[in-house]
Design a protein around this ligand. Structure first.
Ligand code: FES
Length: 179
């Protein structure tokens, strides 16, 4: 015999379905949120500071005075990732990316030279040419220009570096001379 449900049974069934539906939607929403949270860091474009932009480093006189007061100690511009060096006859800007496998090369006061912590390459204080392998070539250089108001401006675009495949110092790379 067919048994008909009471109106109360119908309400209970409707409530059960509604709870299931909301539960399902909640689970889908939670899963979507987790996926977005996991993927977002990989697709977000990080703002690049320093490297890639022009960096003003002071006037030629100021830079030369600093070199003169510090026995030509290289001057680090951390955000632009370069050192200003007092080369024989002028000022150059060395990109601090090791030419071996790309580690950031620090200046070492005790050794009076650059010494890469990754595999031991060493670079000269004034020219950044290789003193000790495995680095295959000198540190690359950034272009420097002098603006109308006398500021030296370093172009830190890594796509416009001065590459030096020869393992020796070439004064032709100097763009800002001492005199
Ligand atoms: S990355 Fe500098 S020596 Fe290997």
């Amino acid at each position: 015999m067919l048994r008909l449900g009471t109106p109360r049974d119908g309400v209970l069934r409707w409530r059960r379905r509604a709870i299931l539906r909301f539960g399902f939607l909640g689970a889908v929403g939670l899963a979507a949120t987790e996926i977005v949270a996991l993927v977002a860091p990989f697709i977000r474009v990080n703002r690049i500071e320093g490297l890639g932009n022009p960096v003003a480093v002071g006037t030629k006189t100021q830079v030369l005075e600093l070199f003169s007061a510090t026995n030509d100690r290289p001057v680090l511009f951390r955000e632009g990732r370069f050192f200003l060096l007092h080369a024989p006859g002028g000022i150059i800007a060395a990109y601090r990316k090791c030419t071996h496998l790309g580690c950031a090369v620090p200046w070492n006061d005790a050794e009076d030279r650059f010494h890469c912590p990754c595999h031991g390459s060493e670079y000269d204080k004034h020219t950044a040419v290789v003193l000790r392998i495995p680095a295959p070539k000198p540190l690359q250089l950034f272009h420097i220009t002098e603006s109308a108001d006398g500021q030296l401006v370093v172009d830190t675009n890594p796509l416009r570096v001065i590459d030096r495949p020869d393992e020796k110092w070439d004064p032709a790379v100097i763009e800002i001379t001492d005199s």
